[in-house]
Design a binder for this molecule. Structure first.
Ligand SMILES: [Zn+2]
Length: 195
C-alpha cells in the first residue's frame, strides 16, 4: 500500500541539511516542517534530538512548534515514530553509528525524514555518521556561516577554550560551558596539533 503524500510530505524520502555552527541548519529544518502546521493535522510530525547531557532535556525555544524528544539511543526513534508521517532529527551528528540503520528503517516505513547536523567536527574532519547520512540522503543542502575574523563564507566550526583555539587532541564532545564555538573560513580555522 502506497502512502499518501504531497509537496511537503514525501513518503520514503530522506532530506538533509549540514554546515558549521551558526549556519542556520536547525532553522532550515524547522522552516521545512513549518507548512505542516497549516494543514489541519492532515499530516503528523515529530522531532528528535540527541540527549547529550541532562541539561538540554528541557530546553525548548519559542519558535519551536515541533515537539522535540531528547533521546539517547537512535533505536528509540523507531518506536516513538510509528504514528507519524514526517520525522525531523536535529543535531544528528551526535547519534551513534546505528543512526544510519534507523534512518533507513524509517524510510522503509515510508516516513519522510528530515535531518540536520554538523558535517565537520571542530578539527575539520567528518563528524560521526555524517558521511553515510549525507550519502543516503535523497536531497541534501550544505549551508555556511560567516567567518568571525574576516567576514568570508565560513565552512568550519572553530572551538575556543578560554579564547584560544582548541588543540586537535581535545575531546570531540566537550562539556557545555567549557568551550565556545564560532564559525570560520578555511584560512582562519585554527587547530593546533592537526597532522
Ligand atoms: Zn576568515
Amino acid at each position: 500500500m502506497k502512502k499518501e503524500g504531497n509537496y511537503f510530505v514525501r513518503p520514503g524520502v530522506i532530506e538533509g541539511f549540514a554546515g558549521p555552527m551558526m549556519s542556520g541548519k536547525t532553522g532550515k529544518l524547522i522552516q521545512r516542517v513549518d507548512p505542516l502546521r497549516w494543514m489541519n493535522g492532515r499530516f503528523s510530525y515529530m522531532g528528535f534530538k540527541p540527549r547529550v547531557d541532562d541539561r538540554n532535556f528541557n530546553s525548548r525555544s519559542e519558535r519551536d512548534f515541533i515537539k522535540w524528544n531528547y533521546i539517547k539511543k537512535p533505536e528509540e526513534i523507531i518506536s516513538i515514530s510509528k504514528e507519524y508521517d514526517l520525522i525531523a532529527i536535529d543535531e544528528i551528528q551526535f547519534f551513534g553509528k546505528n543512526i544510519v540503520d534507523v534512518v533507513l528503517e524509517l524510510q522503509k516505513q515510508e516516513k519522510n525524514i528530515i535531518f540536520s547536523g554538523l558535517d565537520l567536527d571542530f578539527r575539520g574532519e567528518p563528524f560521526g555518521s555524517m558521511p553515510e547520512l549525507m550519502a543516503i540522503a535523497n536531497e541534501f543542502e550544505k549551508l555556511h556561516s560567516v567567518c568571525t575574523k574576516c567576514g568570508d563564507p565560513a565552512y568550519y566550526t572553530q572551538r575556543l577554550i578560554n579564547g584560544e583555539p582548541a588543540h586537535y587532541n581535545s575531546p570531540l564532545i566537550s562539556i557545555e560551558g567549557e568551550s565556545e564555538y564560532t564559525a570560520r573560513c578555511f584560512r582562519h580555522h585554527e587547530v593546533p596539533g592537526k597532522p
